[in-house]
Design a protein around this ligand. Sequence first.
Ligand code: MF3
Ligand code: CO
Ligand code: CO
Length: 292
Amino acid sequence: MREPPLTSSEPRITRDGIRIHPREDFAGMHHAGRIAAEILDAVAPMVAPGVGTGEIDARITELVTEAGAISATIGYRGYRHASCISVNHVVCHGIPGSAVPTGRAEAVRADDCLRDGDIVNIDVTVIVDGWYGDSSRMYVAGTPKPYALRLIRVTHEALMRGIAAVRPGATFGDIGHAIQSYVEGERMSVVRDFCGHGLGRVFHAPPNVLHFGRPGTGPVLEEGMFFTIEPMVNLGRPETRVLGDEWTAVTRDRSLSAQFEHSVGVTATGHEVFTLSPRGVFFPDLAAVGAD
Ligand code: MF3
Ligand code: CO
Ligand code: CO
């Protein structure tokens, strides 16, 4: 049977359950993404030794409101904060204001204050006019160790190589492969237990965007798909464990972990990144910490 012709602006769901958005939906994603990025820009100066992760989250809560946005994470599956703040060997979903696991056995810090040399991921998701903007990036408190900076550089480059693979006709396996082959070539590991996701008018939609894979496998990318790429990279082994709070994911071997996340859309010729930093500070200013 003949199907009616589709115009390019007609919404559609692929056989893999992935929504194809018309061109006019890109504007809402750019707006939401920019607000997430502006918030991540604005808190950069707060990340310093002695500052509590709960203080940073409180400021993020204010910034979300001031922007006229809604936090996507407050109330999400019982989560109660406007950000996730993941320090050192916390892989993702670190709870702001909670004691930071130290990496020594089950020991935790007496408070939530950052210390000199900590590496910190802050992840913010906002809803603006119904559209979701989801981004995270790395920050450093004080002066981190050279191996920590190398981890941050490799993780950022991994995300950028994943994004570079985004174009119609490529596959999700191509994205995963671009990330995995680069990271493993740097003798670091890609976390398997968490992945990127489709988003749009919903927070987490198909597909699962794996940060590892084989070229040519997985769903084929089409113009109008919106999703995140958010690789988590460990200095040691890839295995993770979720703490008793049921959120905080840590590396099992307690090695350092880093993550960067962008929300992107597939265009006719490639991609657009929705969560670009207006101040151009997505990647931390390592020269400012005396690292360059
Ligand atoms: N922003 C995270 C992501 O990248 C999800 C956080 S869910 C929360 O998908 F509840 F932990 F905040
Ligand atoms: Co995400
Ligand atoms: Co996120």
